[in-house]
Design a protein around this ligand. Structure first.
Ligand code: M6R
Length: 367
């Protein structure tokens, strides 16, 4: 049932190209260069009236929501907030009939996320669920459902569910933009073409996992490390850090690169690994200055970036791992795969139970 793979997690990482394709299937109108989501009950009238969006979820689904925010804000120019589901109800969120609440849950059974959904509905919001399980409690209760087609996810550490959630956010973001007129037809077509190239790009990455494996074996010797990034890269490293902690038990923190000098730099000493993600070319120079700050304090730095920057980066960092290039707004769908493999191989090197990490359950049905 593991299809020849040693662990479900590795199998599920490898299923991602298929999951991307399935989640896009039938949702792209090639003739008209449009994203189409006929299953949505949310009318165009309602979409035009949305004033704010709240994305609520737990764990990895929360991290997918962080990307969802960057996507929706850029494509549709609607303000988005992210909430951890266990916090949402208790902060008296400001919900109006023009608020769209998006709950994200692989299992559709997470107790906190379900409670947040009910809170939002009780306050009059329309709730859209992005979930991987059609018959789940969250799918049943939501006003609208956008199904991810990742297929059953068995490993406790979520991989293909996260990336399928990203695809769902891209499609939904485009749909909002089409209805609200915030993107031209050409811009939408450009994004769709880049999305359709993602599965093959992931396949290429999976074929080159050896460099990641040997780097993972090095970090497995450390007790703690840092991840840094800016913009969308900051959101992705939060997921990378969660994944690494969850299955390798190596302590890590993900920081916005510019935030290090506000305290965290004190923890950087000789040999501490710092993993920096640099896919956002507009802020690359800024992140590079932050890398120099940690290098000056003895950090051992890995940069994950594009081939074209590798030679230049190697002047400042110790290791480089490259990823294929896509649009800045879509990079998470590629860069996260490197971080998933890093966590997987670190856990493997340490001899942990990759698929069933200690203290954790696949579906958390208590609040
Ligand atoms: O089923 P859900 O997406 O609602 O689960 C939410 C989290 O419990 C889940 O993503 C958890 O963080 C993962 N084990 C992380 O890999």
């Amino acid at each position: 049932e593991k299809g020849g793979y040693e662990h479900f997690m590795l199998k599920e990482i490898h299923e991602q190209p298929r999951a991307y394709r399935d989640t896009m299937l039938g949702r792209i109108d090639h003739a008209n260069h449009q994203a189409v989501l006929p299953e949505l009950k949310l009318s165009n009238e309602q979409i035009k009236n949305i004033r704010n969006i709240q994305i609520v979820a737990c764990g990895t689904a929360y991290n997918a929501g962080l990307i969802g925010r960057t996507v929706i804000e850029q494509f549709a120019r609607i303000p988005v907030e992210n909430d951890v589901a266990s916090e949402y109800r208790y902060r008296s969120p400001i919900i109006t009939p023009e608020t769209l609440v998006i709950v994200v849950s692989q299992s559709g059974e997470t107790a906190d996320t379900l409670a947040a959904l009910r809170e939002a509905q009780a306050n009059g919001a329309h709730v859209l669920a992005i979930t991987n399980v059609v018959g789940s409690s969250i799918a049943r209760d939501a006003d609208d459902v956008l199904v991810t087609l990742a297929g059953p996810e068995i490993a406790v550490a979520s991989t293909k569910a996260y990336t399928s959630q990203l695809i769902a956010f891209y499609l939904f973001g485009l749909h909002l933009a089409q209805v609200r007129g915030t993107m031209t037809k050409e811009e939408v077509a450009h994004v769709l073409a880049a999305m359709e190239a993602l599965p093959e790009q992931v396949e290429a990455m999976l074929g080159q996992a050896d460099t990641i494996k040997s780097y993972a074996e090095q970090i497995a010797k450390h007790k703690h490390l840092f991840f840094i990034g800016r913009g969308q890269d900051y959101a992705v490293v939060q997921e990378g850090s969660l994944k690494l902690k969850e299955i390798s038990y190596i302590h890590s923190e993900a920081y916005a690169a510019g935030e290090l000098k506000h305290g965290t730099l004190a923890l950087i000493e000789d040999g501490v690994p710092v993993i920096s993600l640099l896919t956002q070319e507009a802020v690359m120079e800024k992140t590079l200055s932050n890398i120099k700050e940690v290098k000056a304090r003895g950090a051992e730095v890995l940069a994950i970036s594009y081939e074209e920057h590798a030679a230049e980066l190697l002047k400042s960092v110790d290791h480089v791992i490259t990823i294929p290039k896509t649009l800045p707004i879509l990079t998470a769908a590629l860069s996260v795969v490197t971080l998933q493999l890093l966590a997987y191989y670190a856990s493997l090197a340490l001899g942990h139970d990759v698929d069933k990490p200690r203290n954790l359950a696949k579906s958390v049905t208590v609040e």
